[in-house]
Design a binder for this molecule. Structure first.
Ligand code: C2O
Ligand code: CU
Length: 641
């Protein structure tokens, strides 16, 4: 069974255990002496099954079961054993208070275990355990009190006699445990490393800037991007508010030839929240990375910032604002960055090279410009076609190319090794990721559709480019096509390091939801190792280190993981090494139950964001820093937008 299936099964069993124990407690309280033994046996059985599901799930990794093994199960088993001892001999006795309290308390313990999984998750510490135990204790005492009240008729309450004293002590102990737990759970870790503190000795990130000149033979590519607010008319007729660069959606395409110097002046006309430019997937010097509060201050209306970097990597990339990016990118502050090789590596004719971002505007998915959807194009049969596809949304995008075999030749800008031909196979493009597809134009129409319904499609029609395009035929159905498994695609090739190397640093990011302090308040946040940004301790590396990063998804959402400034090599996904082409990615979808192990060489000193590219998740805390020793930031450091 897959890990996410096991997680769901274990939750169902945990819920069944809670229901069974609460049920037998209620039945005992109601004096149903006939059903009580049956329910009791059922509750014990489900408890055993729960132990089994947790043990099985543990096989997927400690991260999936830590709070269950250290907290939920011991609590459940201890209270169940107590119920066997206390309630067992009294099952036949109608309404025995001792039996009712112990049975219901086991139910509370089972509920508390579920609460711990949903609200605390990984890692659950001593403070969390105290809160949970206090919760169970409090519920047990309230139950006791209510039963005592019942027994003494309408009068008095729990204030008199031995029961009353016990109750007061119990209440005080419970409150103390609870308060101690809340305190422990909320105290920040004393020694959490943070990305270069203020005033620490070292290199400020502001000194890590790009060069002033291109490589020999290269040129300077100068662009000015001005962010501003506007409204655009969708092709469907509706007008929506948008934030644009130079009034365009997407922003102007930036292109360069390898070795050029890219120089982009960012201006902000009237976007009050501020803007920056981040070069997604482009491993620029850290000071050019465009992360507000970490590598620069956001550019306020009227301000500007000049970015410079050498076009060293070839391939398909994109740029976007990183200030309040969950809003800014959605509103339109993004565009493509394509770098082509200096010397064409093939003698093939250029053909058609099309860069298209897929984005959702006002509920409508579009390739490229929402006001002017790509019209059907005429492409002469035999023309080499390259489609560079960028997912600028926050969720994975299913893409299907119908009408021709094709190859997926590059992922996240990096060429794949000997990619196979694909026919009737769809692809899932992670949020922020890029796929380059290549094929020769066939004699029939080619359709690229986004989404199983094929609602939004790009059409290429064979024939003379000058002839007017016929009305497009119906979009082919591709909804039942299998999805490409990237980890089995293409052929293996040598890599500069691999799973068997000795790693200088290892760190693990466990992604989940839970209660965490965010913006000074406890919230139901998107968490990394149980914490919400900026309270997630930075991971420290030294220059030249070989770093192993493990990313685990304990939750129920997809998390497109994105490390700035580096491409990572996939070592394994769910314990299986890729059997196809090496995968050098900057964004990978960590699906529920997934465990990804990736490696990178720490060869780009700086302070870097390492975050979920579902930008709403990032805004809710699912982000952390990768910091090089000796690099400091003069900015607040606590904001990654
Ligand atoms: Cu494309 Cu930090 O993001
Ligand atoms: Cu996420």
């Amino acid at each position: 069974m897959s890990t996410d299936g096991l997680v769901a099964l274990d939750l169902a069993v945990a819920a069944a255990a809670a229901a069974a124990w609460l049920g037998v407690g209620v039945a005992a309280a109601a004096g149903r002496t006939r059903t009580v033994p049956v329910l009791f046996a059922a509750a014990l059985l489900v408890t055993f099954v729960r132990i089994g599901t947790v043990v099985t799930l543990a096989g997927s990794g400690w991260w999936f079961v830590q709070e269950k093994v250290t907290l939920a199960l011991p609590l459940l088993v201890a209270t169940a054993l107590a119920a066997v001892v206390i309630a067992g001999p009294r099952l036949g006795a109608p309404r025995s208070p001792a039996a009712v309290v112990s049975l219901l308390t086991t139910g509370y313990a089972a509920v508390a275990g579920l609460v711990a999984t949903f609200l605390i998750g990984y890692p659950a510490g001593l403070g969390d355990a105290l809160v949970i135990v206090a919760f169970v204790g409090a519920a047990a005492f309230v139950t006791w009190w209510l039963l005592a009240q019942d027994a003494t008729g309408q009068g008095g309450g729990g204030g008199s006699g031995g029961g009353g004293r016990r109750l007061r002590w119990g209440g005080a102990a419970t409150a103390t445990l609870g308060l101690a737990g809340v305190g422990l759970a909320l105290v920040p870790p004393g020694d959490a490393p943070h990305a270069g503190g203020h005033g620490a000795p070292g290199t400020p990130v502001t000194a890590l800037r790009g060069p002033a000149a291109p490589d020999p033979g290269g040129t300077v590519r100068r662009y000015t991007l001005t962010a501003g607010k506007t409204t655009v008319a969708l092709a469907a007729g509706r007008r929506i508010a948008a934030w644009t660069f130079n009034g365009r959606l997407p922003g102007p395409p930036l292109t360069a030839t390898q070795g050029d110097l890219v120089e982009v002046t960012l201006r902000n006309a009237d976007v009050e929240r501020g803007v920056t430019l981040h070069w997604h997937g482009y491993d620029v010097p850290s000071g050019e990375d465009g992360v507000p509060g970490l590598t620069q201050d956001a550019v306020a209306p009227g301000g500007q910032f000049v970015y410079r970097f050498r076009a060293a990597q070839i391939g398909t990339y994109w740029y976007h604002t990183h200030e309040a990016s969950s809003v800014g990118v959605r509103m339109g502050l993004y565009g493509s960055l394509v770098v082509t090789p200096r010397a064409p590596r093939t003698t093939r004719p250029a053909g058609l090279d099309l860069t298209l971002s897929v984005h959702t505007f006002g509920g409508t998915t579009v390739f490229g410009d929402p006001a002017r959807p790509e019209p059907p194009r005429r492409v002469a049969a035999g023309t080499p076609v390259r489609l560079r596809l960028i997912n600028t949304d926050s969720t994975p995008r299913r893409l299907a190319l119908a009408g021709t075999p094709y190859r997926l030749i590059a992922v996240d800008g990096a060429d794949l090794n000997r990619p196979d031909r694909l026919t009737n196979v769809a692809m899932s493009l992670p949020a922020g990721g890029r796929y380059d597809l290549a094929f020769d134009m066939p004699a029939g129409p080619v359709t690229l559709s986004a989404g199983a319904d094929g609602a939004r499609a790009l059409r290429l029609l064979p024939g003379d480019a000058a002839a007017p395009a016929r009305r497009a035929a119906a979009v082919p159905r591709t909804g039942d096509w299998p999805l490409l498994d990237l980890t089995r695609y293409g052929k293996p090739a040598a890599t500069p390091f691999g799973a068997r190397d000795r790693f200088d640093r290892r760190f693990t990011l466990v992604l989940d939801r839970g209660i965490a302090l965010s913006g000074g308040l406890p919230r139901y946040a998107q968490t990394v190792n149980g914490r919400a940004f900026p309270r997630v301790p930075a991971d420290l590396v030294g220059r030249g280190d070989l770093v192993l990063m493990t990313v685990v998804n304990r939750g129920f959402g997809v998390h497109p993981w994105h490390l700035h400034g580096h491409h990572v090599l996939v070592l394994s996904k769910n314990g299986r090494a890729p059997t196809g082409s090496p995968l050098w990615l900057d964004t990978f979808d960590v699906r529920p139950g997934d465990v990804w192990r990736v490696a990178f060489r720490a060869d780009n000193p700086g302070v870097w964001m390492n975050h979920c590219h579902n930008l709403g998740h990032a805004a809710q805390g699912m982000a952390s820093h990768l910091a090089y020793e000796g690099v400091t930031t003069p900015f607040r450091g606590g904001h990654g937008g």
